[in-house]
Ligand binder design. Structure first.
Ligand code: IVH
Length: 678
């Protein structure tokens, strides 16, 4: 076997440094100059870190023009340039609680202080840092951060932002005052803007930050003016002929009085513990904020301490950015598989190299449907950007075509169902392809039962995806009606199921028999019948027998029900197999209060969601559930922001804690009985 001499570590490093430099330059240009980033920030940071490490191992390889040597991008020539009198710094990042605690420890060591340090915690806004200069109270010059030393002159563009005062509102300001802050595009405006651009067939922005940057750097300020930009200020630069305050929090208050907008979520905390609590709270608040943030920032509050701490290279020692886990990351497509859903729809799913994104490890991501797969051109072996926002299912955002391996193939829609082998049908004008097997297909059986049991349908607690799969795989349950003849003893023989949990599931199934007509109709899983349509159907047909006999025309008289939905509803009830399932469900004892929609709407509990915890004296869990449902309310197993009331009996536990944390109304037993009477 011939052996080739492998390259030495230094040669390897040289090659890697040049590759990294090339990639970083390219990504940097796309990000800063074109406002159209190619890779997620996390990937950029990773490459930058790799380059920094190599340069520190092999200092002779470090080029004075290396990407590690600059902050941000060089200003484009089209704008005039501004030399910042005081450099516009960046922030060090912390990605874990430990790194935050280390930051605090270093500060206390440096200050020789054993007690807690007071901080101001602020959202880390995802926009563009700018400087605004005021002379004798008048706005005279605006600039971008640029590379921190030199920025672009954008005075006319900044002027168009209403949040920026053109004259300070108080006359006691320093003669020269440079204010710094973040220009951003609020999410609502971003969506409106992108929708309109898409409608006109124009290019849309990848995210609000790039939209803000792109808008601010329009050469024609009239274009900037048409964009929904906003601005919060979070600090100062040069100050001459006056003072602001002896603390950061004091400075913010003062700036607010001058007419600037301060982020309303900024908060003074007394110690690093307060910072960590703030991080947690902002993480929870994040999905509901009107603007995008990618972390929070902690700043030492006292100005004299800030001065003592000073700066290191390009970042202050007295501040740190605590970043949220990346919501976009790079991965590789290992395979494309097809999942079959409750209605038989085939969803292409990318199986991925396990990747940590948005705080969890993800190993598959949806590709939605065939049109989407073709449009995004996702192929096996491709490097892809995956995105995960909040609780939503991870998806493939885009492919990196420059990393494609030769011969990578596009996945083809299978002609038969991968689960049951029935033919797959696709209407010419529809993106969705479906397995034609119906209940013959195990995947559709599982989907139907899971939907039937789900929280907003029959709400059978403890009957989750895993259990449903076991039940169907054992052939114990083929339709929702089979659930009601399951015995607890039999359930207990399942893997990972004790006597106690088997008993609980059995009870939950029995308790679910008492329901409402809208819930029942929704639970049937009729195509295109969501909760709203189910409620409308129940209103129009308070007696199920009438709906079962109704023709398409009559169903179309229901408000908001069009011909397609009416067709699906009528076809569902006409089907003999479905009719048999409904008969068996009713025979099993499923009941709802007569004409609930009208009667309950008047009641105080209409559409209210309750969670029960602890033991009540007056009612068993089942009785309490029935009482609530009878009054038009719903009972759920877990507390969320959508919960209206938590009923807390004796020895209430973690659900009560969660309710307190989320600020959900808590009812003690007496108050609960009172509310039931209404
Ligand atoms: S303070 C010396 N506060 O983050 C402190 N920056 O990584 C420098 N940013 O260029 C900035 N929100 O664009 C500060 N509340 C905040 C911020 C914030 C977002 C951005 C800003 C800055 C970058 C530094």
């Amino acid at each position: 076997m011939g052996r080739r001499k492998s390259a030495g570590p230094r040669e390897k490093a040289t090659a890697r440094v040049s590759k990294l430099t090339e990639l970083l330059e390219r990504y940097n240009y796309r990000y800063h100059a074109l406002d159209d980033p190619e890779v997620p920030d996390a990937e950029y940071d990773r490459l930058m870190q790799e380059l920094r490490a190599l340069e520190s191992d092999f200092p002779e390889l470090k080029d004075p023009h290396s990407p590690t040597m600059r902050v941000g991008a060089a200003p484009v020539a089209a704008f005039g340039t501004v030399k910042h009198q005081m450099p516009m710094l960046s922030l060090d990042n912390a990605f874990s609680e430990q790194e935050v605690r280390d930051f605090d420890r270093r500060i206390r060591e440096r200050l020789g202080q054993s007690g807690a340090v007071r901080y101001v915690a602020e959202p880390k806004l995802d926009g563009l840092a700018v400087s605004a200069l005021y002379e004798n109270g008048t706005f005279v010059r605006g600039a971008t951060r640029g590379d921190g030393e030199t920025g672009e002159e954008i005075t006319q563009n900044l002027r168009t932002i209403n949040a920026l005062p053109l004259k300070l509102r108080e006359s006691n300001a320093p003669r020269l005052l440079e204010v710094r802050g973040e220009v951003f595009m609020p999410l609502a405006g971003f969506k409106r803007f992108n929708d309109a651009a898409a409608e006109r067939g124009e290019k849309t922005f990848v995210n609000p930050r790039n939209a803000a940057a792109g808008s601010l750097r329009q050469l024609d300020p009239r274009l900037t003016a048409a964009r929904p930009l906003d601005m919060f200020v979070y600090g100062t630069g040069v100050i001459e002929g006056g003072e602001l305050a002896s603390s950061h929090s004091g400075t913010l208050k003062r700036l607010q009085r001058f007419g600037f907008k301060i982020c309303p979520q900024s908060k003074v905390v007394e110690s690093i513990e307060g910072c960590l609590e703030y991080y947690e709270a902002m993480g929870l608040a994040r999905p509901n904020l009107p603007y995008q943030i990618d972390g929070v920032v902690y700043k030492v509050d006292a100005a004299n301490l800030q001065r003592k701490l000073g700066f290191i290279s390009r970042a202050p020692r007295w501040a740190v950015a605590h970043k949220f886990p990346a919501e976009e990351a790079l991965s590789v497509v290992l395979a494309v598989e097809f999942q079959v859903g409750r209605t038989g729809a085939l969803t292409p799913v990318a199986k991925l190299e396990p990747t940590f994104v948005g705080g969890v490890t993800v190993s598959s991501a949806t590709l939605h449907n065939m049109d989407e797969l073709t449009r995004k051109d996702v192929r096996v072996g491709d490097a892809v950007v995956i995105r995960r926002a909040g609780d939503v299912i991870p998806e493939v955002a885009r492919v990196l075509p420059e990393r494609r391996v030769a011969g990578a193939k596009l996945a083809q829609l299978p002609s038969t169902c991968p689960i049951c082998g029935s033919p797959v049908l696709r209407d010419a004008d529809q993106a969705v392809a479906r397995c034609s097997g119906g209940r013959h297909c195990a995947a559709q059986r599982k989907g139907e039962i899971q939907h039937f049991a789900s929280r907003r349908a029959m709400d059978i607690q403890g009957l989750g995806e895993k259990l449903v799969h076991q039940l169907v795989d054992h052939d114990w349950v083929a339709t929702p009606a089979d659930l009601f003849s399951l015995q607890a003893d039999r359930l207990a023989t399942l893997e990972r199921m004790g006597q106690k949990s088997a008993h609980k599931v059995h009870l939950a199934i029995q308790a679910a028999k008492q329901t409402t007509l809208p819930r029942f109709l929704y639970a049937l899983g009729i195509r295109d019948v969501g909760e709203a349509t189910a409620a409308a159907l129940a209103q129009h047909f308070p007696d199920l027998r009438l709906l079962r006999r109704a023709g398409e025309e009559e169903i179309q008289r229901v408000p908001d029900v069009g011909p397609v939905v009416a067709k699906h509803v009528a076809a569902y009830f006409r089907d003999a197999e479905n009719a048999a399932v409904i008969d068996r469900l009713l025979a099993a004892g499923i009941r709802w209060p007569a004409a609930p929609a009208k009667a309950a709407k008047a009641g105080a509990l209409y559409d209210k969601t309750f969670v029960l915890t602890g033991t009540l004296q007056s009612h068993s869990r089942e009785e309490a559930t029935q009482a609530i449902v009878r009054a038009g309310g719903k009972v759920s197993g877990s507390v969320s922001k959508k919960t209206d009331y938590v009923v807390a009996g004796a020895e209430a536990g973690s659900k009560l804690k969660k309710a307190e944390k989320l600020g959900v109304r808590i009812l003690e037993e007496a108050a609960f009985l009172e509310i039931l009477k209404t």
